[in-house]
Design a binder for this molecule. Structure first.
Ligand code: CO
Length: 242
């Protein structure tokens, strides 16, 4: 084994010993059952580790990560993870956590080709297209930050509209979906205030969030729609994009 990898095992033994010394029985207890209250859906970026950022121990947060923290309705990997978290672990909070300086978001924003992942990032590109009139008038650096935020808001909507979350709410199970963004430069989390906690909250929270990103004054009023990119999405009697 290379020295580099041997270091990881050495680190691991030290960590396990220190954890057990700090809290005797920690691993025995965790081995029997996990009961996290939180599910974290974040970017795969190595600089955004869910547990460290939130000061949570193993066993306290159930994590799903992918490139650019995207949740789409046909992704069985994400949906299966959400289903397990909601129906079996009964988590009370799902947070979609994006981060500023996300390479995936930057590629989607600038149209940079990266390879196979272009197809995955097309989902983020679609978010950019849908909200281009709220983005295009901003300076480039700000456009990327705002797209990071808008991508989170869209994914919060996708989680809330998934059959899993809709069914949980229909059963009366307490479950909140949140949207946060993490700053690589300061290590701080920002709450985007898009918490959805029941079916009726989805459309209102989504619309209110979008209004925080004004279109350019010359681009028309809020009420003006776009035939394709801001077309209404009908959702259980409500609409997401207006
Ligand atoms: Co990222």
């Amino acid at each position: 084994m290379s020295n580099q990898l041997r270091d990881l095992f050495d680190n691991n033994r030290r960590w396990a010993a220190a954890t057990e010394a700090r809290e005797p029985g920690f691993f025995t207890r965790l081995a029997q059952q996990q009961s996290p209250r939180y599910m974290w859906i974040g970017c795969a970026d190595s600089r955004v580790p869910a547990n460290e950022i939130t000061g949570l121990d193993p066993g306290e947060v159930f994590v799903h990560r992918n490139v650019a923290n995207v949740v789409v309705h046909s992704d069985l990997n994400a949906l299966s993870t959400i289903q397990f978290a909601v129906e079996h672990l009964k988590v009370e909070h799902i947070m979609v956590v994006g981060h500023y300086g996300c390479a995936g978001v930057r590629a989607a924003m600038r149209g940079i080709r990266v390879g196979l992942a272009d197809n995955w990032l097309r989902h983020v590109h679609d978010v950019r297209l849908r909200h281009r009139r709220r983005l295009d008038h901003l300076p480039p650096a700000q456009q990327e930050d705002i797209l990071c935020e808008m991508n989170v808001i869209e994914q919060v909507g996708n989680v809330a509209l998934s059959t899993i979350v809709q069914d949980a709410w229909a059963r009366g199970q307490p479950l909140c979906v949140h949207g946060w963004v993490y700053g690589l430069k300061d290590g701080l989390l920002k709450n985007l205030e898009v918490t959805m906690d029941r079916p009726e909250s989805v459309v209102g929270v989504f619309s209110a969030a979008l209004k925080r990103y004004p279109r350019h004054a010359a681009a028309g009023s809020e009420a003006e729609g776009d035939a394709y990119h801001e077309a209404d999405t009908v959702v259980g009697g409500g609409t997401l994009h207006s």
